[in-house]
Design a protein around this ligand. Structure first.
Ligand SMILES: NC(=O)c1ccc[n+]([C@@H]2O[C@H](COP(=O)([O-])OP(=O)(O)OC[C@H]3O[C@@H](n4cnc5c(N)ncnc54)[C@H](OP(=O)(O)O)[C@@H]3O)[C@@H](O)[C@H]2O)c1
Length: 394
């Protein structure tokens, strides 16, 4: 139905120039620390104000924090990264490759301990249990699961002594402190860097010389340096560009986004479209191809690369007319649902549900049953067969 016009991106765009620059810098950043030479601290570019559709915002880029500058800035710091799930793995390895002093703290003998050892962290050298890592760190990066942050808080709170910095990758714990009981001390810097993607992508983009987009925020600025420290850490963990937010806005937008267009909303839309096609006698192949395969294999990558506005230019006149007529109808139908969803994140209902569900003793079994229901849906079974038929999978 859609035909992508063979339009070329205008050569020499700012994005292409940036990619080339950040690629070179990241490759340099990945050289082992031993080979680092003392270099003058030159900020290669100033911090920029960019007009995002008419609204000016300040952004910070990797180019603002070259590796040598990061090494100098954190030369007296030990980064105690506690938790080694998806973010712990991605951020920890990127920090280590940049040459910063990192220690990992996880439960001895747990799945994360094993994963950390496999990634080259050495017990007693830079791998410890959570408490010992926190004691050794000057910057405590709390990358435990959100439920575990609440569970471990009574143990960790007394270890967060003046002079240390507390870092999160989600505003969840301090913002919903009435539910989580995580109330950070007022006399230390408390900051956040939230990569806008999985920790696996944080790592893979870094290795490709690219970078994830992240937000940063400051909860407490005890030293007057909290903003600068958060911007520097954001780059050090592998960000490409960084924008400022607040803990509250980060948690609300994150919970809202994953329940909406990123996961829940898009899944609901796929199912609704697929089921109506099936009710009208379309084959599973046809229903899946018109709903998911064409979206993910053709249109969404183009939207990601060039935007929805480009997509309207790049499709047939028939498709364009239909999409132009129907998008306001979908928007009007969905906006009240999004309003309800935002309110449910803002008022803490989503946090309460998540904490209550995820801390039940049989939570894994209940979750597994729900996930099995999804695996058993016709649409996703069809998807498996369709993907096998992709020539590259033959
Ligand atoms: N995943 C993402 O895409 C993403 C993106 C942006 C921000 N974030 C945020 O980053 C933070 C970390 O998330 P994540 O997805 O990387 O990790 P996660 O999978 O949610 O958490 C895993 C870590 O928590 C540890 N853990 C769980 N319960 C524990 C307990 N009771 N005591 C001690 N350790 C415990 C696990 O250790 P064991 O192996 O020993 O169980 C593991 O190291 C969260 O705040 C999350 O919201 C995540």
């Amino acid at each position: 139905m859609f035909r992508a016009a063979g339009r070329q991106m205008i050569a020499g765009t700012r994005a292409a120039a940036w990619r080339a620059l950040s690629g070179a810098r990241a490759r340099a950043a990945m050289r082992p620390v031993r080979s680092a030479r003392a270099a003058p601290l030159v900020q290669s570019r100033g911090v920029k104000q960019i007009s995002f559709g008419g609204t000016p915002e300040t952004v910070y880029e990797r180019a603002d924090w070259p590796r040598e500058k990061l090494l100098e800035y954190f030369k007296n710091d030990t980064l105690a990264l506690i938790g080694y799930g998806s973010q712990g793995h991605g951020q920890g390895l990127n920090l280590r490759d940049t040459g910063l002093k990192v220690v990992v703290g996880v439960r001895k003998g747990g799945a994360s301990w094993k994963a950390a050892v496999e990634d080259g962290w050495v017990p007693g050298e830079n791998l410890f249990d959570v408490v010992e890592a926190v004691e050794r760190g000057t910057i405590v990066m709390n990358l435990l699961s959100d439920a575990a942050q609440s569970e471990t808080w009574p143990t960790l709170r007394p270890l967060l002594t003046p002079g240390k910095t507390l870092y999160f990758s989600h505003g969840f714990s301090p913002v919903f402190k009435d539910l989580t009981h995580v109330e950070p001390p007022k006399d230390i810097d408390v900051i956040l860097v939230a990569p806008k993607g999985s920790g696996r992508t944080v790592r893979s983009l870094f290795l490709e010389g690219r970078g994830i987009n992240s937000s940063y925020a400051v909860w407490n600025d005890a030293t007057g340096r909290a903003h600068e420290k958060a911007q520097a850490l954001a780059v050090a963990v592998g960000s490409g560009y960084v924008y400022e937010t607040t803990f509250e806005k980060e948690v609300n937008s994150d919970l809202y986004g994953e329940r909406g267009c990123l996961m829940g909303g898009i899944h609901g839309m796929f199912l609704a479209q697929y089921e109506v096609l099936r009710e009208n006698g379309h084959s599973p192949s046809e229903a899946f191809n018109e709903t998911v395969e064409e979206a993910t294999q053709s249109l969404y990558p183009l939207i990601g690369k060039h935007g929805m506005d480009y997509m309207y230019d790049a499709c047939s006149t028939t498709a364009r007319r239909g999409a132009l007529d129907w998008y306001p109808i979908f928007k009007d139908a969905l906006k009240p649902v999004f309003r309800d969803l935002y309110e449910s994140t803002r008022n803490g209902s989503e946090t309460k549900r998540s904490l209550e569900f995820n801390s039940q003793p049989d939570y894994r079994d209940k979750l597994e049953a729900e996930l099995q229901t999804i695996r058993d849906m016709e649409i996703w079974k069809v998807g498996k067969e369709v993907r096998k038929l992709r020539p590259e999978n033959n």
